[in-house]
Design a protein around this ligand. Structure first.
Ligand SMILES: [Zn+2]
Length: 183
């Protein structure tokens, strides 16, 4: 059976079950992964180790990724990365944190001024470890697809605003230059 991929910080087990071996560490009684790989549980020796995964592309500083706004508040949003390209989805799940200070080139009052839940955004990664931190501070970065906050229909770009053809609602975002209309 193929074990699921784990990423740094993922919980593998508790200390009472297995001792951490290569690629794993213990923190407050919890054994966690130090690397990206597949966990191997050695039941006989009661050891757990993580075999480094090949062919797993881990986001790196400078990478430009597409993601979906999964959770958000006024000052912080969680972006689930979906891929480097709309046609090349990621095989493994990684997330990035977007802070209001990194959301736009200009000062904004709230993240809701530039993104909303379920929007598809293009972001750039700013570090090499989990939690990944991302930015939208670049003219190429921003929302590439969005849905109406009122009725959920896809929004269409009309001049500088987004318009819902179903309910007539208009909304603002920080748009990437290549905003697309996604169903
Ligand atoms: Zn609508």
């Amino acid at each position: 059976m193929q074990q699921a991929i784990v990423t740094p910080g993922d919980k593998l087990c508790v200390e009472e079950e297995f001792m951490p071996y290569t690629g794993a560490y213990v923190e407050n009684g919890i054994i966690r992964s130090l690397i990206v790989g597949r966990p191997v549980y050695d039941i006989i020796n009661r050891k757990v180790y993580v075999k480094p995964a090949r062919n797993v592309r881990v986001p790196r500083n400078g990478d430009i990724l597409l993601g979906v706004v999964e959770q958000m508040r006024d000052e912080i949003a969680m972006i689930r990365f979906i891929g480097y390209d709309i046609n090349k989805p990621l095989k493994h799940e990684f997330r990035g944190v977007l802070h209001i200070s990194q959301a736009a080139e200009t000062r904004i009052q709230s993240l809701y001024d530039v993104i909303r839940l379920s929007d598809v955004v293009r972001v750039r990664v700013l570090n090499n470890y989990i939690p990944f931190v991302v930015t939208m501070k670049d003219a190429r970065l921003g929302v590439i697809a969005a849905y109406c906050s009122r009725c959920g229909a896809p929004l269409v770009k009309e001049k500088d605003v987004l318009k819902c053809r179903v309910c007539g609602n208009t909304e603002m975002r920080k748009l990437a230059p290549d905003y697309i209309f996604l169903f």
